[in-house]
Ligand binder design. Structure first.
Ligand code: GN1
Ligand code: MG
Length: 360
């Protein structure tokens, strides 16, 4: 029996605990996630998503499951906002997950049929749909008190603490990192900007998605309508400015996170305008001026933060993000910093778009 076969049998045995169609037929790896292990499971004529939560990254995976439960008890279905989120499938014992022999948590989710992810946005219409989907998600989750939800990943978007940690790690930086060190040091104020706005009461905490990158948005089969937001592990109290910034960071870097040449990276203003337009269409009447004024900071800070996170992981020996080879996290950090630089070059234009789309 090959190792793959053994793995597949192990996965099918785990899936047996859940209330699903029979017989279970096969499992295959799914998606491009950097943290959890995700599989597509076929059973009879149904498809499911089987996932192992990364217990090294999430200190208390049970809290994720508790948050997902709270979300599922929302008094309004997401369909009220023209949106889907994946449903959790219970076990025969009525639990929402099983533990394997090593203590890891596995869960099963519905596979939302007739959908697919896009590897890049090809049209402004698709980009507009992305913005609408995120706006709808924020409107939907805003009905629930964010204080009822656990913080599943403490410090997740604490940019200032990543900055501090990295500054210490880079004190004795090797010569090839001194340029990056200077780039980061010049942006100390940026690392604190949203934290200060929050402390000053200009912006507020909401229940956020936490990871609305393009891979986590499901489109219909034709790639026209954004139908669902998936990967809800980081749904926790947070800033909508972070969510929107993260979404633009991912969608407007047309070459993707995996690009290897920082000189080729750019922030696509046309796509950004369309995403912001779609987002504003849904949230214009709901957000206040101060919240809108801080959106640009979110757009600038998120690639900066992710670049720092990739660099920290590189310096730590690649323990957090999955990598295909050593050095990958360093390149990924450089790509994110190149994106920050291009966002800064286009600041005036991006701010003008925000003003325009929110003035409606
Ligand atoms: C991670 O696992 P995945 O791919 O959904 C990360 C996000 C990053 C993203 C970058 C919990 O998400 O914060 O933006 O990689 N998730 C966590 O691709 O750290
Ligand atoms: Mg994720």
């Amino acid at each position: 029996m090959s190792c793959d076969e053994r793995d597949a049998r192990h996965l099918l045995a785990l899936a047996e605990a859940f209330v699903i169609a029979r017989p279970l037929s096969h499992v295959t790896p799914l998606g491009r996630g950097l943290i959890n292990d995700t599989y597509r499971l076929e059973a009879a004529d149904c498809t499911y998503v089987l996932q192992r939560i990364n217990g090294q990254v999430f200190p208390a995976p049970e809290q994720i499951m508790a948050n997902l439960h709270r979300l599922a008890q929302h008094p309004h279905s997401p369909a009220t906002y023209d949106l889907c989120v994946p449903r959790l499938i219970p076990t025969y014992d009525g639990a929402s997950f099983v533990r394997d022999a090593a203590g890891a948590i596995w869960r099963l989710l519905e596979f939302i049929p007739e959908t697919r992810t896009l590897t890049r946005l090809d049209t402004p219409e698709q980009a507009r749909e992305v913005g609408r989907a995120l706006g709808r998600f924020h409107r939907w989750t805003a009905h629930l008190p964010n204080t009822d939800f656990a913080v599943t990943l403490p410090g997740y978007h604490d940019t200032a603490s990543y900055f501090k940690r990295l500054a210490e790690m880079l004190i004795d930086a090797p010569p090839e990192l001194t340029q990056l060190r200077a780039f980061i040091r010049d942006r100390q104020a940026l690392a604190k900007i949203l934290e200060q706005a929050l402390a000053a009461g200009q912006i507020a905490l909401y229940l956020t998605h936490g990871d609305p990158k393009l891979d986590n948005i499901l489109f219909d089969q034709y790639g026209r309508q954004a139908r669902a937001l998936i990967d809800l592990d980081t749904v926790q109290p947070g800033l909508i400015q972070h969510d929107l910034g993260d979404c633009l960071r991912s969608c407007c870097n047309a070459l993707g996170e995996g690009e290897t040449d920082p000189t080729r990276v750019s922030f696509d203003l046309q796509l950004a305008a369309a995403i912001l337009g779609g987002y504003a269409e849904v949230t214009r009447a709901w957000l206040n001026t101060a919240e809108i004024d801080c959106l640009f900071d979110g757009i600038r800070v998120m690639p900066f933060e992710l670049g720092m996170r990739f660099l920290i992981d590189h310096l730590n020996g690649d323990r957090y993000f999955k990598v295909d080879r050593p050095g990958r996290n360093l390149i990924k950090a450089q790509i994110q910093f190149a994106l920050v630089a291009d966002i800064e070059r286009q600041e005036q234009a991006i701010r003008a778009v925000i003003d325009e789309v929110f003035s409606g």
